[in-house]
Design a protein around this ligand. Structure first.
Ligand SMILES: Nc1nc2c(ncn2[C@@H]2O[C@H](COP(=O)(O)OP(=O)(O)OP(=O)(O)O)[C@@H](O)[C@H]2O)c(=O)[nH]1
Length: 439
């Protein structure tokens, strides 16, 4: 009896015809607004206006005991037309024997309103996600592999979604535009800052490219999936990736970007762009240590080229060198003109030997190619200094100083050669010197 009074839900015990035998205060509170005459003597009569079928439902229930209805929603029409404020009751009726019914009533107004709101939000988001044409959205797992996508991936990029499951999101970047470390960097950056945004060419399924932005943001921690005991690390969706086609904006952005970050003569990144990009790369490197190298290139005896062929011819030689650099280095490398005839390259995920090898490839290419200016072939050479990050360096300045010292050594030792900075200075280790030294 005490339970009946203290129960947080409404409990009503009735005869089979609905006559109320016992009713607790919560039930009285819930049902009283429905009673026309202020009396609560019969449950079916009280609910007649809002659940007319209840009487028949109970009458038609033939077993001597069991659940007649379970969690039936009953919207109360007391305040008709004002959907947002109308109450909703949940009713469960259990037949306890041949003579008794027990009804359990609870106010589920808030729960129903939330369910409705969730459904509306869901429908709204679904219609946005399905109809947008210039966004593609994905859920990535903790390792940056595609788990879920929205339908516009087919319209915008031409991919068959099934083919994408489990693929790293770098599948949307042109070859050489990223490295596995870069991919993880962006995820770590999103963890640290709440988001990571990058712009660049993106790949469609047919191999064509468009200019797009990629925004990665971490999803709220959803806890382990059912059956996930930790062994499946990285498989739970952990990031949201939004790729947006911004080809239209690119031209305007590009003009602005070029004015700020490009060298007017060669079209390469300028000194400012180099320092900004290199600082960013070194910041990323702090999150996951890996080799990083820098090369400084300097055209040899360039004053003599200018003096002999004229300044415009000297400009043509610089443009030739810039084109050779662009052709030799990866897209992920930062290539810039940092001085008159001086160029710098920062190579992520590359050690000293690797950088020296590419520097030497560039040196050979220049040495063996003549630049044609007004029908006249101009031959020139370059020297290079190479240095790599190590534990004793903290920033870009130190790395650049070492590359500069190595370049100075290459010049001092005869030019048209690649020298590497090593700790046993001033005797520079003559990396690949046998093969590359022109001295
Ligand atoms: N044509 C042209 N020449 C430039 C430009 N910027 C710098 N220079 C020239 O590059 C030359 C650099 O000369 P130096 O620093 O003496 O070096 P170098 O003659 O190349 O000799 P080493 O570096 O010692 O091999 C100068 O004569 C500058 O005028 C440019 O944009 N165009």
């Amino acid at each position: 009896m005490q339970f009946l009074y203290l129960a947080p839900v409404g409990l009503v015990q009735t005869a089979l015809d609905g006559t109320i035998c016992m009713i607790n205060p919560v039930s009285a509170q819930l049902l009283m607004p429905l009673s026309r005459d202020g009396n609560l003597t019969n449950l079916f009569a009280a609910l007649e206006g809002v659940a007319p079928a209840l009487r028949h439902l109970c009458a038609d229930f033939l077993p001597s005991q069991g659940v007649v209805c379970d969690g039936m929603y009953i919207p109360l029409s007391a305040d008709k037309g004002r959907k947002s404020t109308s109450k909703v009751l949940s009713l469960t009726v259990v037949k306890l024997g041949d003579t008794r019914l027990m009804a359990v009533l609870s106010d589920v107004t808030v729960q129903v309103r939330r369910e409705r709101e969730l459904k509306q939000t869901d429908a709204w988001l679904n219609s946005i996600l399905t109809n947008i044409t210039d966004y593609a959205m994905f859920r990535l797992d903790g390792l940056g592999r595609i788990a879920v996508w929205n339908e516009s991936i087919g319209r915008m990029m031409g991919y068959a979604p099934e083919a994408l499951v489990g693929q790293p999101y770098s599948i949307f970047s042109p070859p050489e535009a990223t490295t596995p470390e870069h991919l993880l960097d962006q995820l770590r950056e999103a963890d640290e800052n709440g988001w990571s945004l990058s712009e660049g060419f993106r790949l469609r399924a047919d191999g064509s490219q468009f200019w797009g932005s990629a925004m990665i943001s971490p999803l709220p921690d959803q806890g382990p999936s059912p059956g996930d005991h930790g062994e499946r690390e990285g498989l739970a969706p952990a990031y949201c990736l939004i790729i947006r086609d911004i080809s239209d904006k690119r031209d305007a952005n590009e003009r602005q970007r070029k004015a700020t970050y490009c060298d007017y003569l060669t079209g390469l990144a300028n000194r400012r762009a180099f320092f900004e990009a290199a600082e960013l790369e070194l910041e990323r490197r702090k999150l996951s240590t890996r080799p990083t190298a820098m090369i400084l290139f300097d055209a040899d005896h360039f004053k003599a080229v200018n003096n002999r062929f004229g300044h415009p011819a000297g400009d043509a030689v610089l443009c030739h060198l810039a084109a050779a650099l662009s052709a030799t280095f990866r897209e992920v490398d930062v290539v810039a003109r940092v001085g008159g005839e001086e160029f710098a390259v920062l190579l992520p995920s590359t050690d000293l030997a690797g950088a020296a090898a590419v520097a030497n490839r560039l040196r050979t290419l220049v040495e063996t190619t003549a630049v044609m200016v007004d029908g006249e072939p101009i031959r020139y050479t370059v020297s290079a200094g190479v240095a790599a990050m190590d534990y004793s360096l903290t920033g870009l300045d130190g790395l650049m100083r070492r590359a500069d010292q190595a370049l100075y050594a290459a010049k001092a030792r005869g030019r048209n050669r690649v020298d590497c900075w090593t700790p046993d200075r001033p005797t520079y280790k003559d990396h690949l010197s046998g093969a590359i030294s022109a001295a």
